[in-house]
Design a protein around this ligand. Sequence first.
Ligand code: NCD
Ligand code: ZN
Length: 346
Amino acid sequence: MTQSLHLRRPDDMHLHLRDGAMLQGILPESARHFARAIIMPNLVPPVVTARDAAAYHDRILAALPEGADFQPLMTLYLTEETDPADVAAAQASGLVKAVKLYPAGATTNSNSGVRDFDKVRAVLEEMAEIGLPLCVHGEVTDPAIDIFDREAVFIDRVLDPIRRATPGLRVVMEHITTTEGVAYVRSAGGDLGATITTHHLVINRNHMLVGGIRPHYYCLPVAKRERHRLALRDAATSGEAGFFLGTDSAPHPDPLKENACGCAGCFTATNTMPILAHVFEEEKALDRLEAFTSLNGAGFYRLPPSETRLTLTKGAPVPCPAKIDTGAGPVTVFDPGFALCWSVSH
Ligand code: NCD
Ligand code: ZN
């Protein structure tokens, strides 16, 4: 018996599209399945102003394949110089759906991020006022804190104080990786949501480190212990409104991953939907896949769910390309370590 699922087309609420030749090469991978995506602003230089976001939005639309039905939802990169009035104008333009907070130095291209949180207080207050969500890269950068503890410490030291000081601020904890992240979202009201990536539902730190170091499994926040992966699976498959898909698909050319100092980022745009169908089937939660991929994120961002549909069909294993060739070099597609038996059609 063939098994089929009909879903509203998914939204990817955390995506890196880059720019130039890389954008051109990888955009079709997201546009094929996803209706919309929240586009991360960590370009070099970053997308800081409403004007930068409008220009980047135009470049993305220009790079879309003919006939594609994909809407980029733009974000601004929060710096200590961000002007609250520009943020309000960006939201009013209709293009910008969130502001992204990177603690300075936390991850790829985060040097212009925030060092002194008091300097962004006025922006956060404006955002609370106008209901514009703050997307947070939730890791402290204190060198004394172990990399595996950086998310849990961030919640206590940074995120909870910001939320208490700014009532009404709507926050998305991006790419949560820990039991502490899951518990914090569950303890909060509807003003706090979290994205969960594809790869953190599949790998733990052993997959990355046992039997040889696997650079294509290295991302930030770094994959944690198995008990954390299981907590993420429980949250993603729960159907709870606060948890939604953000792939954090983050392409880097292979030579920069397979390197003595390899870049952080897993590229999952190509095979996220078949992988998620596999994971939700394992968890006996296929009936909650649509909530995770297509309803909860739209709900948090106060967008109508997408009207178009996509079909997932289970059958014989379907091949997936190992790499995507781009004008910026080859990009390795995330290997989930199992055959993909779900295929996607429209
Ligand atoms: C992202 C990137 O490469 O831009 N890398 C990653 O490991 N996730 C940045 C980020 O989201 O932290
Ligand atoms: Zn990211």
